[in-house]
Write a protein that binds this ligand. Structure first.
Ligand SMILES: Nc1nc2c(ncn2[C@@H]2O[C@H](COP(=O)(O)OP(=O)(O)OP(=O)(O)O)[C@@H](O)[C@H]2O)c(=O)[nH]1
Ligand SMILES: *[C@@H]1O[C@H](CO)[C@@H](O)[C@H](O)[C@H]1NC(C)=O
Ligand SMILES: *[C@@H]1O[C@H](CO)[C@@H](O)[C@H](O)[C@H]1NC(C)=O
Ligand SMILES: *[C@@H]1O[C@H](CO)[C@@H](O)[C@H](O)[C@H]1NC(C)=O
Ligand SMILES: [Mg+2]
Length: 366
């Protein structure tokens, strides 16, 4: 009998050990959830957090492409961004630069937030001429555009910046872990308290793109862009859904571009949209044609046309409640509820939405 019980105990011990091993393996293989519960470490102990203690955080990041020389303009924008919103959520920042960030830059930006801050160098292939570009021709075109007075027409780095923002930022290794981003630039201002999480709003509503200001592009910077787009549509009809947002970017059902674009210095978006096959094919098609260098294609029309081609209206959101300024325009929510409550401090009459070159009225008609 005693012998039998001892056997039984050995078997039981083996079963328990096997069980623990299986549980451990399952634990290691578990999927990271797309949202995590709010963690006390992410918040400033001095804040009144009654509003924010029971929220989920999205797998999202604030992206800042910036030069060392713009440190103080950036600090100004970050101060606003933190005070109006991020101090309550502490979403991490990724700062990107084609050069190394100076120690002073890292010290001062990280001191301004309780969030994690990451500093990345842009790999050369994301910020240089592809092999097929004729650099003599590119230089000639810059001289010509400069002599015609096209804004940033003569600036070489501006073209690398636009190409990087169009085709590469979402592939940078520091951004790969994330699903959503909010683009921030030096010198911008935020006029209103944001008492909710726009990232969570994006995720809950399955949105891929959010904007505050939309306007018309300078035609001289994109003379052949729309031809390139039409060529793409012909070559890749499988990427273009029926009920897309073509009406926002074309007044004649795709024959010509109406120059409308979302102003991309502010963007809240889904990184996986840019990583998707349709957008990858679109960017590569444009990149091969060389217009980032032979003309001055901006990331704003490129992003906006892609949203117009691939997205539906229900996937794009106008963030009316986010008061925002980037020289020389601003969006200020006009409704009195934002102003009588102290929520915003901008002049509601100074609101770009209704000005001649704005495309936001058009947005509401489609
Ligand atoms: N690292 C780096 N960042 C750049 C460079 N050029 C522009 N940027 C950044 O890219 C973003 C867009 O550049 P801006 O110079 O603001 O271009 P813009 O918004 O069209 O024009 P303005 O703001 O009106 O001058 C900003 O966040 C800049 O800091 C560059 O050569 N290197
Ligand atoms: C947190 O939110 C959940 C879901 O919205 C709710 O059921 C729960 O009561 C909330 N808890 C607290 C402490 O507010
Ligand atoms: C940055 O911060 C570190 C650590 O506090 C300090 O030792 C260093 O001197 C600072 N550097 C600059 C340039 O401010
Ligand atoms: C590059 O462009 C220049 C100027 O437009 C032209 O003269 C030259 O032939 C081009 N080179 C090649 C290899 O196409
Ligand atoms: Mg700017």
């Amino acid at each position: 009998m005693g012998f039998g019980i001892r056997h039984l105990l050995v078997y039981l011990r083996i079963i328990v050990i096997l069980f623990l091993v299986i549980v451990f393996i399952l634990f290691l293989n578990r999927q990271e959830p797309r949202t995590r519960f709010f963690n006390k470490e992410w918040i400033n102990p001095n804040d009144d957090l009654t509003l924010f203690t029971n929220v989920t955080r999205v797998n999202a990041v604030v992206v800042v492409l910036v030069r060392n020389t713009e440190l103080y303009q950036l600090l100004e924008a970050m101060r606003d961004f933190e005070d109006r919103w991020n101090k309550k959520y502490n979403y991490p920042y990724v700062f990107l630069n084609e050069l190394d960030f100076m120690e002073e830059f890292k010290n001062k930006t990280s001191a301004l937030t309780n969030a994690k801050t990451y500093y990345g160098k842009i790999p050369a292939h994301m910020w240089s001429y592809p092999s097929w570009i004729n650099q003599t021709k590119a230089a000639e075109s810059r001289n010509e555009m400069a002599s015609k007075g096209v804004i940033y027409g003569g600036v070489e780095s501006y073209r690398h910046m636009c190409r990087f923002n169009s085709g590469f930022f979402f592939q940078h290794e520091l951004l790969l872990p994330f699903d959503y981003y909010w683009r921030l630039e030096p010198s911008v201002k935020f006029f209103c308290d944001i008492d909710y999480d726009p990232f969570l709003f994006m995720q809950k509503n399955k949105l891929i793109y959010g904007f505050t200001i939309s306007l018309k592009e300078y035609e001289e910077t994109i003379p052949t862009l729309w031809n390139a787009v039409k060529q793409f549509i012909k070559e890749y009809p499988q990427h273009i859904p029926e009920n897309n947002l073509m009406k926002f970017i074309s007044n004649d059902n795709g024959e010509t571009y109406n120059l409308c674009h979302f102003w991309s210095n502010f963007e809240i978006g889904d990184l996986n949209f840019w990583r998707s096959k349709p957008y990858q094919d679109f960017f590569n098609h444009l990149d091969k044609l060389g217009g980032f260098f032979y003309e001055r294609w901006g990331d704003a029309p490129v992003h906006s046309i892609a949203v117009g081609l691939f997205a539906q209206k229900s996937q794009v959101h106008f963030f009316n409640d986010i008061g925002y300024y980037h020289l020389p325009f601003q969006h200020c929510p006009p409704e009195s509820e934002y102003h009588n409550t102290g929520r915003c401090h901008c002049d509601p009459k100074e609101n770009f939405d209704m000005i001649l070159h704005s495309c936001t009225p058009k947005w509401f008609t489609i």
